[in-house]
Ligand binder design. Sequence first.
Ligand code: DAH
Length: 340
Amino acid sequence: MSDLADLEKHATAELAASVDEATLRAWNTKYFGTNGEVLAALKAIGGIPKDERKAYGQEANRIKEALSRSYEAALADAKERALNESLTANPLDVTLPGRPVTRGRLHIATQVMRQIYAVFADMGFQVYRTREVEDDLTNFELLNMPPHHPARDMWDTFHTTVPGVILRTHTSPGQIHVMRESCPQPIRVILPGMCYRYEAITTRSEIQFQQVEGLVVGEHVTMTDLKGTITAFARRLFGQERQVRFRSSYFPFTEPSIEVDIDWPKDDPNADRLTKGTGWLEIMGAGMVHPVVLRNGGYDPAKFTGFAFGMGPQRITMLKHAIDDIRQFWGNDLRFLQQF
Ligand code: DAH
């Protein structure tokens, strides 16, 4: 019993002398740890003569409870003291302005893609997504470009280590996928997505860029439909007063093929530079789907016709916002991105 009284006395004195959290925790280990003195005193109960055991046990438990309550109270005090000290040492000025939470936004490329989707959605087009990793067959051959066809030179290609597997150089192979899936139903879709070309990176060309392809297939689709659709699109995007010009061109997957220009506002100070003095600006390639391509998609060219077009939304964005370097799009420079 006198051992217990002694334990209580020196534990209490030591606790009172422990002023910060670290010494308090050391105290706790010394008395309440696995080899602590309080636990030892409790363990000793079994060795006490029977007639004293009850009294000893009660006293040991009382001391344990008392010490542990004192410890919790002392710890809480120490923590509060430490907090108050740090607040006095580093005063908190609640009148300082807070740090603003910066607001996120959609990437300019995403914004323009959504504008384009909205225009075509109003004309009844659905969005059809296809793969970015393609095979040579779909990217070229089925689009009427057999191996060694000179037109392949228009697309410098990223090859993979798997023979015949490439990164798509344009969204046009999506035409084959959507036709094979839809045949013999009529089709009216746009096919947006990233394309890749193995090219020197300059202010006007990048190795990755988006395209929006369009494809319409049906029983009475004509060049007039193509012209009307593209004119409506160009005016929605660039202004109702725009003039649209169609020039004949060549693509292996369309016959006839055209390129589409819009006139550029003459009062724009950049007009001369953008249009190289012609007043006209190219916005896309297009044409009537080649019979070979229709057949490769499963459609009988004697019964079905179609038109297709392909444009680069980065180019269109550059026109709309007078951006002179295409590398800005994927350069992750906030000074550029935050302008939109
Ligand atoms: N795929 C062509 C390119 O990347 C663009 C294009 C031209 C798509 C004419 C078409 C089209 O669908 O009819 O240069």
